[in-house]
Unconditional design. Structure first.
Length: 184
């Protein structure tokens, strides 16, 4: 279930782009089974997650992007996709499906296939306001920067117009709010 179904029966021989499908939570596997049965190429990236029950801890496969999976199809013939049980919508703008960048799918597929441990994390962009969640600096807020390939949290004293940067692990921060506009 980590990979795709068989190469699609793209009925006219055209290789369509990838689209993200929003699906009901915990229905990702069922939707992928339906899509495979219809002959579509799909991709549901999974990761190993440890789940705790009252009497044990078990490792399970969980969706890397809960509530989403990817599928190749003709955007002009999307009704069969939308009628698939569990599919709520095709991700897009103004009801027009927007393709997912092919290289982003290739990168995620390579990561999943590599077997390197991975897990979902918050989408952080350089310039986003973040809060440190753990360690001695817990609770501090600042701007996430990338300096020479390393993530740094920049704390500022606006009145003095001075800043200080500290190297941080991206896993130790959470998004406060995204950068509103680029400031020069």
């Amino acid at each position: 279930m980590q990979g795709a179904g068989n190469e699609p029966a793209n009925f006219d021989g055209i290789r369509y782009p990838w689209f993200a499908l929003q699906v009901k939570m915990r229905h990702e596997v069922g939707v992928s089974d339906h899509l495979q049965g219809k002959g579509y190429e799909w991709f549901l990236p999974l990761y190993k997650s440890r789940r705790r029950w009252s009497d044990r801890v078990k490792e399970v496969d969980a969706p890397l992007f809960p509530g989403y999976l990817f599928c190749r199809f003709n955007p002009n013939d999307r009704l069969p996709i939308l009628k698939t049980p569990g599919v709520t919508q095709i991700v897009g703008y103004n009801h027009v499906p927007i393709p997912v960048d092919e290289q982003e799918i290739v990168a995620i597929r390579r990561l999943v296939a590599s077997g390197v441990p991975n897990f979902p994390c918050a989408y952080l962009e350089v310039g986003s306001k973040v809060r440190i969640d753990a360690g001695a600096l817990r609770g501090l807020e600042g701007i996430l920067m990338d300096v020479k390939g390393k993530r740094r949290l920049v704390l500022s004293i606006t009145l003095l117009q001075r800043s200080v940067a500290v190297e941080i692990d991206s896993d130790a921060v959470s998004l406060v709010h995204a950068l509103q506009s680029a400031r020069s």
